[in-house]
Ligand binder design. Structure first.
Ligand SMILES: C[S@@+](CC[C@H](N)C(=O)[O-])C[C@H]1O[C@@H](n2cnc3c(N)ncnc32)[C@H](O)[C@@H]1O
Length: 448
């Protein structure tokens, strides 16, 4: 390790997430490239490597908003806040990995209540500053009272309760990544958004969201669940439903851009617009999932007394993604944007990063995995579709075995419909084919 990293004060080691150098505490093990599930330890200074794919998608979406001008007008600044930033890996990745051409338009604020996490952010960021130096001034006319923060190499850092930070100024991009449920922060987040904005929310309380913890689900989300093959999709839709109804209470409407169940957490990303009419229409996208006798389901606005036993909700029943934006989240884009060039990698190595060619291969694989299946499923996930868990198909079709997924996609497409794999930890088919046609395709393949 280089001298300046080997002093006692700087004890610890270096890791690279995306193309950003991350300083880990000495007692955190070197992360593996494909971590699954929550980190074994959490607390100030600990990086949760299992969240790296979500942070990668955040970089991709923010870069996309700036490149395609879907949030602010061309040339205008975009104010982004990570309200619960911990050691600031996400904000540092925004500053390091969004293309240089857009950096001067990006005003980044990082907030957390934990002083030592923020100290960790400051020291890491100062030690490994971004290649493109951006030092925007604090726009003091936008604050009700001046926040007590400081600027560090293009990141304004403040230590506040997130609910205060969110309400103090209008941000166009807000990230909410709490431990557990985001419900306590949602009102403040929505109220603090600018007229047109983007909100990304993480929830790790999957037991509540899926309904495997029914009392928590009822208390936090006002919903009732059924723990079956659709529990993951229910979790995503229950969280979206709460965000949509919270937004509506503040005269705002939402348009989902991306919504995923990613193993141990749910992550949803929505555009939020101030619009009384749009807010009034939100109920049209709220409803229940009723299980049908054939093993699938349909969405209804209100289940009747015969359906309620087989129904989960209330939840968002509208489209889950934005077709155009999601289609641009490709594997090539993830690697182009988030993997360093040789010069940068060499620079990181001179800073003390121990990184082999194998590490590079694994890291690229992990970047591709962050967006796997998204572009291919973008169209179907943005309109009406039906999901099928691959393990349910043999029973449904009475075939005793499931066909290969790729073969089934092809068969459904040959029959004139769309089919893709939905990104989830489990294998899900997403299609617009009528149920009987799907069954016929399966039977045909299982006969061949
Ligand atoms: C899951 S971590 C955030 C991880 C971070 N976004 C990332 O990508 O690395 C949650 C953080 O919320 C902070 N926190 C909890 N309650 C808070 C509050 N009321 N206001 C501000 N920060 C809070 C904790 O200190 C912790 O750092």
């Amino acid at each position: 390790m280089a001298d300046d990293l080997s002093s006692k004060e700087n004890a610890g080691h270096l890791w690279m997430e995306g193309r950003t150098l991350v300083h880990l505490r000495g007692d955190q093990e070197r992360p593996t490239h494909m971590p699954r599930g929550p980190a074994k330890r959490t607390g100030p200074g600990f990086l949760n490597p299992a969240m790296a794919p979500a942070r990668t998608r955040s970089v991709l979406l923010l870069a996309d908003a700036l490149e395609h001008d879907w949030l602010v007008k061309p040339g205008h600044d975009l104010r982004a806040l990570d309200a619960l930033c911990a050691t600031g890996v996400r904000v540092r990745r925004w500053r390091n990995e969004i293309p240089a051409a857009h950096q001067s338009r990006l005003r980044i604020t990082a907030n957390d209540l934990d002083k030592s996490a923020l100290e960790w952010l400051k020291s890491t960021h100062t030690r490994s500053p971004p290649v493109v130096a951006v030092n925007h001034a604090l726009e003091d006319d936008r604050y009700e009272r001046l926040p007590s923060g400081t600027m560090h190499d293009g990141i304004f850092i403040m230590q506040n309760d997130a609910r205060i930070a969110l309400m103090e100024a209008a941000y166009q991009w807000v990230d909410l990544d709490p431990f557990g449920s985001p419900v306590n922060f949602l009102d403040a987040a929505v109220q603090g958004l600018s007229r047109v904005a983007f909100l990304e929310v993480t929830a790790t309380d999957t037991a509540a969201l899926t309904g495997s913890s029914p009392s928590s689900q009822q208390r936090r989300y006002g919903a009732k669940g059924i723990v079956d093959s659709y529990a993951h999709d229910d979790a995503v839709r229950v969280l979206l439903g709460l965000i949509a109804t919270t937004a509506a209470r503040h005269d705002r409407c939402v348009e989902p851009v991306l919504a995923l169940f990613d193993g141990h957490h749910v992550r949803v990303s929505v555009k939020v617009r101030r619009s009384r009419d749009g807010a009034s229409d939100v109920l049209a996208s709220m409803g229940w999932r009723v299980r049908d006798e054939n093993g699938t389901y349909r969405f209804v606005r209100h289940p009747d007394s015969n359906q309620i036993e087989r129904a989960s909700g209330p939840m968002w029943i509208g489209p889950l993604w934005d077709r155009t934006i999601a289609a641009r989240l490709t594997k090539d884009r993830a690697v182009d944007l988030c993997f360093p060039d040789e010069e940068r990698l060499e620079h990181h190595r001179t800073m003390g990063l121990e990184w082999s060619d194998d590490d590079s291969e694994y890291a690229k694989r992990e970047l591709r995995r962050s967006v796997r299946y998204i572009a291919d499923a973008a169209d179907l996930m943005s309109r009406d579709h039906t999901l099928y868990h691959m393990d349910d198909l043999p029973n449904m079709a009475g075939t005793g075995q499931a066909p290969k997924m790729e073969a089934l996609f092809e068969e459904i497409q040959t029959a004139g419909y769309s089919a893709a794999r939905m990104p989830d930890v489990d294998p899900f088919l997403v299609t617009d084919a009528p149920h009987e046609d799907v069954m016929q395709c399966i039977r045909k393949l299982c006969q061949d």
